[in-house]
Design a protein around this ligand. Structure first.
Ligand code: NDP
Length: 493
């Protein structure tokens, strides 16, 4: 691997923070977790279990059932059996269950946050302040729509649920992605089978306990754990809709296998977002936005601002500030409340990041990494900047999904637009400028589903999120996120 670079003399002296670990006592882990089917935890028919670990210590936290095709079929049957009563329930009654789930999430927020950081490696301040509150907010938001669907989509006919939804989610925001999928589906009257990512199943399983406490009718939500094969079995199962968030590669496989089946499909895939800083931008504010854009959640973010485009006159000033800021990022124990950058989610992801970073060095880009001690066990990667990046470099084209920023420059607005759009992806973008007219001009020309102006990585349940091109299709969040779970043609199958 590449060597860390000496701190520049201009950087502020590093603060020594006393450690402030969040206690894990609040989390009660079972030795083993079965599949959540028909409102109960059941043994897998497959007879197989796999360990789930903490990526910051490599310790095994629990064993989790591995669902095979027969287990998935059982979960889909449970969802199918539960569907008629759930869709027939008065919408206001359905809403009460969804509100109850939201409130339970709030009440148990600390437990969820600790478990999320334990199992996924993200800093506790992010799970505590972003993931869990936003997950609860999604349930609150969609609960509010459950009895207002006809007003939400006026003149479209009578809204009805699609039926049984198969929902496959990734490891970067485990509980939040579950909420993005489950909340609109339930509010619209669907029943579901959810497949969490192999490396991060635990908060979804804790959510299953919340479903039990909320007395959600058995079979309305089913959770099948496992690896890619479990996801593939769910895609092939007789469900009415597939909602997938994950890699573009797997998204393409799912697109192929659902083609011609009549199953509805929404895909939320990868990204390689441009974060564009114009010369008139407030630079200190932009630095914070750039840092948040790429180092939030270790860069394991589909909409991460992984390509920084800087207007030439401010390049030197911005780069100096970014390097200084990098020195102050605290990398380490995800459960320490001072930690800014936690553990990489898995060994496989770490190897992918290392391979792409090495390609950047080999292709001639210049690397900068701050000095920082990394824990001996677990999966870690230093926050990394690349300058001298050209558009043909792999680090400028491929999704790294790690704490690695590729910096390019531009001179004119047209060049910024050209470079920003020069990617197969189209999920998000950021614009930093003090001119409102330029923000509007850029937002119209950037081919991205979300364009943030003078901020980055802001999420809101009322706001649609999704991509163009290889970033997928369909929207989650807001009314747009409700629509894929509804049919207006007089009834579901
Ligand atoms: P995947 O796309 O493989 O995983 C996403 C989900 O799909 C997981 O639940 C996964 O299960 C499941 N899955 C895997 N294969 C199949 C299949 N053939 N059919 C149905 N479901 C399947 O992402 P990875 O975890 O492998 O990450 C690889 C890369 O994807 C990352 O490096 C990153 O670039 C990108 N990514 C993008 C995300 C985004 O939000 N846009 C999120 C995660 C990753 P399992 O986890 O058990 O393999």
């Amino acid at each position: 691997m590449t060597e860390a670079i000496e701190r520049p003399a201009s950087a502020a002296p590093p603060w020594e923070y006393a450690s402030a670990p969040e206690s894990t006592d609040i989390v009660r882990l079972d030795h083993r977790y079965g599949l959540f089917i028909g409102g109960e935890f059941v043994e897998p028919k497959s007879g197989r279990w796999f360990p789930t670990i903490s990526p910051s210590t490599e310790e095994t936290l629990a064993e989790v059932a591995e669902a095979d095709a027969a287990d998935v079929a059982r979960a889909v049957d449970a969802a199918r059996d539960a569907a008629p009563a759930w869709r027939a329930l008065a919408p206001a009654e359905r809403a009460k269950y969804v509100f109850r789930i939201a409130r339970q999430l709030q009440e148990r927020a600390r437990e969820f946050a600790v478990l999320e950081s334990l199992n996924g490696g993200k800093p506790i301040k992010e799970s505590r302040d972003v993931d869990i509150p936003l997950a609860a907010a999604h349930f609150f938001y969609y609960a509010g729509w459950a009895d207002k669907l006809e007003y939400a989509f006026p003149a479209r006919g009578t809204p009805a649920p699609v039926g049984v939804a198969g929902q496959i989610i990734p490891w970067n925001f485990p509980l939040l992605m579950a909420a993005w999928k489950l909340a609109p589906a339930l509010a619209a009257g669907n029943t579901t089978v959810l497949k969490p990512a192999e490396t991060t199943p635990l908060t979804a399983l804790l959510l299953a306990q919340v479903m039990q406490e909320a007395e959600l009718p058995p079979g309305v939500v089913n959770i099948v754990t496992g690896a890619g094969e479990t996801g593939a079995a769910l895609v092939d199962a007789p469900v009415d809709k597939i909602a997938f968030t994950g890699s573009t590669e797997v998204g393409k496989i799912i697109r192929r296998s659902t083609a011609g089946t009549g199953k509805r499909l929404t895909l939320e895939l990868g990204g390689k977002a441009a974060n564009i800083v114009f010369e008139d931008a407030p630079l200190d504010q932009a630095v914070e936005g750039v840092i948040n854009g790429i180092f939030f959640n270790q860069g394991h973010v589909c909409c991460a601002g992984s390509r920084l485009l800087v207007q030439e006159p401010v390049f030197d000033a911005l780069l100096g500030k970014l390097k200084d800021r990098l020195q102050t990022l605290r990398v380490g124990d995800p459960l320490d409340k001072n930690t800014d950058v936690g553990a990489i989610n898995s060994r496989a992801q770490l190897e992918k990041i290392e391979e792409l970073v090495e390609s950047g060095v080999e292709e001639g880009a210049e690397i900068y990494q701050p000095e920082c001690l990394l824990p001996e066990r677990g999966f870690w990667f230093r926050p990394t900047l690349f300058t001298g990046v050209s558009q043909s470099h792999r680090i400028a084209r491929e999704e790294i999904f790690g704490p690695v920023l590729s910096i390019l420059t531009f001179r004119t607005v047209d060049e910024a637009v050209e470079k920003a759009n020069n990617t197969p992806y189209g999920l998000s973008a950021g614009v930093w400028t003090e001119k409102g007219s330029r923000i509007l001009h850029m937002a119209q020309r950037l081919r991205a589903g979300v364009v943030w102006a003078n901020t980055f990585n802001r999420f809101d349940p009322t706001s649609p999120f999704g991509g163009y091109k290889e970033s997928g299709f369909g929207r989650e969040g807001g009314l747009h996120g409700l629509e894929p779970y509804l049919t207006f043609d007089g009834g579901a199958r």
